[in-house]
Ligand binder design. Structure first.
Ligand SMILES: NC(=O)c1ccc[n+]([C@@H]2O[C@H](COP(=O)([O-])OP(=O)(O)OC[C@H]3O[C@@H](n4cnc5c(N)ncnc54)[C@H](O)[C@@H]3O)[C@@H](O)[C@H]2O)c1
Length: 266
């Protein structure tokens, strides 16, 4: 029997990239999925992909920066699915719209990264907390970043928000442990997703690069920084999420796990 049979997972930001990969891997492992994203069309497209794997899925438009929106997400998700076992806080941004075209982060970029990457976790977790504590069971997996492990020149707003995401995960792990709810964090390294396409574009603009494509900028960074020499994939993150959502990890909580091909070790 697949290890997540009968489990129901909510994945924020699952209309694209890593979140989509997590949703599909959890579904392959037996879970039904609530696809939550600020982009309603993208969310519905991924919900369709989950259904084509033979699992139940609903898409719910939600903005994690808005507590009323995450509260509505929780109430609709519980109503539609009956209950929730797993919450994956994956939604994240690199700054305010157009951040990749700026030389250095603006106050709006700082605000946007904190709003989505930190307060977004707090909003969604707080909105599902009552339901999970009442059931005295649950798994919460937060997607931080290798960027949260050390400072990043010119990208401090993002890396600081991800460091906060790691710390917030520890706080919730302590708070929710008495209710048998495990909270862990994944720190991915380099994944070629729409987010990294923007980072590559920013790096190209900053360095005046006209020859390399965005993908080549990414490959160069990968070669420079990753001992295993392989890019990480949304499926990699999905597999680790599935482990952290399964009974195999029931004594793991408050941890942040690097998934980065060895680019940072701790
Ligand atoms: N791509 C990488 O190399 C990498 C590395 C480490 C960590 N991460 C983290 O992984 C997560 C996913 O990143 P990705 O690369 O898939 O990015 P992405 O841009 O492809 O996907 C992010 C998704 O989040 C959604 N989203 C944005 N703001 C939202 C909001 N306010 N409410 C709800 N949904 C919202 C977007 O619509 C999008 O579907 C992020 O937290 C990111 O910081 C990415």
């Amino acid at each position: 029997m697949p290890e997540l049979d009968d489990r129901i997972a909510v994945v924020t930001g699952s209309g694209s990239g890593i979140g989509r990969g997590i949703a599909l891997v959890l579904a392959q492992r037996g879970a039904d999925i609530v696809v939550a994203d600020i982009d309603a069309d993208a969310a519905e497209a991924v919900a369709g992909e989950v259904r084509s794997l033979g699992k139940n899925a609903v898409s719910i438009p939600a903005d994690v920066t808005d507590r009323e929106s995450t509260a509505a997400l929780a109430s609709v998700a519980i109503k539609e699915m009956g209950h929730i076992d797993i919450l994956v806080n994956n939604a994240g941004v690199g700054g305010a719209p157009g951040w990749w075209q700026r030389d250095s982060p603006t106050p709006e970029d700082w605000e946007a990264t904190y709003d989505v990457n930190v307060i977004g976790i707090v909003n969604a977790t707080s909105s599902f907390e009552g339901h999970l504590t009442e059931r005295r069971s649950g798994r919460i997996i937060n997607i931080a970043s290798g960027a949260g492990r050390r400072g990043a020149g010119g990208f401090a707003h993002y890396s600081a928000s991800k460091a906060a995401a790691i710390n917030v995960s520890q706080g919730f792990a302590l708070q929710l442990a008495p209710f048998d709810i495990n909270v862990n964090c994944i720190c991915p390294g380099l994944l070629w997703t729409p987010l990294w396409e923007k980072i590559a574009e920013r790096d190209r603009i900053k360095s005046g690069e006209t020859v390399l494509t965005g993908r080549q900028v990414f490959d160069e960074r990968l070669e420079r920084s990753t001992p295993l020499g392989r890019e990480q994939t949304p499926e990699d993150v999905g597999r680790l999420t599935a482990f952290l959502a399964s009974d195999r990890s029931k004594n793991i909580t408050g941890q942040s796990i690097n998934l980065n091909g060895g680019s940072y070790m701790n």
